[in-house]
Design a protein. Sequence first.
Length: 111
Amino acid sequence: MNPTQVVVEGTLNPDGSLVLDSKLTLPPGRVQLIVQPLPELPKDDPFWQRMQAIWDGQKARGHVPRTKEEIDAEINALRDEAEEEMRQVERLQEECRLARQASEKQGGERA
């Protein structure tokens, strides 16, 4: 038995059909489906009211959320930047190592 499991949310329609929020990443084959309702916050819940006020304010200011593609591009740019920083650190460490070796070699020749 494969221990892999994926948790995905969805919507149960009145006709009994289920619409998933995202594509499943499991290989094709038989699966077991366990459905449980998600709790819904009441509309007068302080957290829900605060979130709604934030969303309303953003909408009033004309805020347009980033697309998935924009977010992915930013993440990739940050990864590339971090990778370049690591390469620079490695180059600096190598330069320091070579300088130490040269210094030790010069010190040994003078003795």
